[in-house]
Write a protein that binds this ligand. Structure first.
Ligand SMILES: Cc1cc2nc3c(=O)[nH]c(=O)nc-3n(C[C@H](O)[C@H](O)[C@H](O)COP(=O)(O)OP(=O)(O)OC[C@H]3O[C@@H](n4cnc5c(N)ncnc54)[C@H](O)[C@@H]3O)c2cc1C
Length: 366
């Protein structure tokens, strides 16, 4: 079983790849006539040892652990929008990683680091909850929602990979613990920040806490409708708020959210479909509100307050607000994270969440 690593996260950048230790030995030069015999013997021995080591290591190579990179392979890619894709990977050779996944799922929001082998750099990505689990069985595969940054090194590398390609990853890395007492979460997600929101919902909703029904409200902001196609908010929107977290936005005319009569599951994006499935599975325990920059709808204190009141009225024992998304989004909502001595720390709560003056809420920036 792998050891989870709940330590503060290092900024993901260059990756040190362990190289095989080499041992040199000096030997006396053999007589010429026997050189070929020795060479043949050494070659055969090396080949035998190599085959033995490979046969022993092959299963371990795909064993997910936080220290060394495990070998996975890409088994499918499902486009979600022009920039976002769901990648499904599985161990490249037999490995039972299910217990490792399960331990992470029981602990909190987690990620793994993917390696870009040419540049020797790594980036963190958040597994989506397993879909097969509803049949009662965990799966060896992991799924990721990954946005292709037009100038990003690792996300572009991943989007170039063909099915069957090898991928190296290490983890799990626990980003935010969700303790068993937590039964109310407001999750404010921007873009692919919806992946940890789906994790939080999966983690909390499958826990039964003495007959209490945990609740999660998700506020999900996207720049474009294509990233959340077919998503209908549970809370009807009234007037557009005055400000956006996205500093470079133009001011387009407000486009109304599509009405439910115009959308069907056929028109729903993959992530919207998963959110709908969660709502159907846990009726009354999860709400989702969609905000789209190009439709001029933005998350404001009004929506945050409404969710907070709803969770407070359900007398949740322990309540969390989790904010996840691009740096500018987190800064706007909850203030910036800070760096100290090479570690990324939470930093004080600022932004619009600070203005609410909340007490008794655990606030976490991802
Ligand atoms: C815990 C965690 C979980 C995450 N989960 C996900 C997930 O599930 N899905 C997902 O899509 N992302 C996720 N991310 C983000 C992901 O780790 C990467 O940061 C993202 O994919 C971009 O990486 P990249 O290598 O493609 O881009 P980078 O090469 O890191 O570039 C990022 C941006 O910075 C700009 N840039 C780079 N260098 C410079 C420079 N010198 N000067 C100016 N600008 C520069 C680039 O133009 C680009 O726009 C997660 C991040 C964290 C920390």
């Amino acid at each position: 079983m792998s050891v989870l690593c709940p330590c503060p996260r290092w900024k993901s950048a260059s990756v040190s790849i362990p190289t095989a230790a080499r041992r040199y030995s000096s030997v006396a030069a053999p007589p010429k006539r026997r050189v070929w015999v020795r060479l043949a013997a050494v070659t055969l021995a090396a080949a035998g040892i190599g085959a033995y080591v490979r046969s022993r290591q092959e299963p371990l190579d795909a064993h997910l652990n936080p220290v060394s990179f495990a070998r996975y392979k890409l088994i499918s890619r499902e486009p979600v929008s022009s920039t976002n894709t769901i990648f499904t990977v599985e161990p490249a050779s037999p490995a039972d990683n299910r217990e490792t996944y399960e331990l992470a799922w029981q602990t909190g929001v987690w990620s793994v680091m993917f390696k870009q082998p040419q540049l020797q750099i790594g980036r963190d990505y958040t597994p989506l909850p397993p879909r097969e689990e509803r049949d009662g069985a965990q799966t060896e595969s992991l799924r990721f929602l990954i946005r292709r940054d037009p100038h990003g090194e690792v996300s572009r590398y991943l989007h170039r990979l063909q099915e069957g390609s090898r991928i190296e990853m290490r983890g799990p890395q626990v980003e935010c613990e969700i303790s068993p007492e937590v039964n109310g979460i407001l999750f404010i997600a921007g873009g692919t920040g919806i992946a940890p929101a789906l994790q939080a919902a999966y983690i909390m909703l499958r826990r039964t806490i003495q007959g209490k029904s945990p609740k999660i409200h998700i506020l999900w902001a996207n720049r474009k409708r294509e990233d959340c196609a077919g998503g209908i908010s549970d809370t009807p929107k009234t007037a557009p708020p005055k400000s956006s977290w996205w500093p470079f936005r133009s001011s387009p005319a407000r486009v109304p959210e599509p009405s439910s009569s115009l959308t069907s599951s056929v028109n729903q994006g993959a992530i919207v479909r998963e959110l709908h499935e969660l709502k159907a599975r846990y009726p009354g325990q999860i709400t989702v509100d969609y905000f789209v920059d190009e439709e001029n709808t933005f998350i404001s204190t009004k929506e945050i307050k409404a969710c907070i009141e709803s969770i407070q009225s359900s007398s949740a024992d322990k309540k969390m607000i989790i904010v996840s998304g691009p740096e500018g989004f987190i800064n706007y909502m909850a203030g910036p994270k800070i760096w100290a001595h090479g570690y990324e720390l939470q930093g004080p709560v600022k932004g619009i969440i600070q203005q609410l003056g909340l007490k008794e809420w655990e606030i976490w920036k991802l």
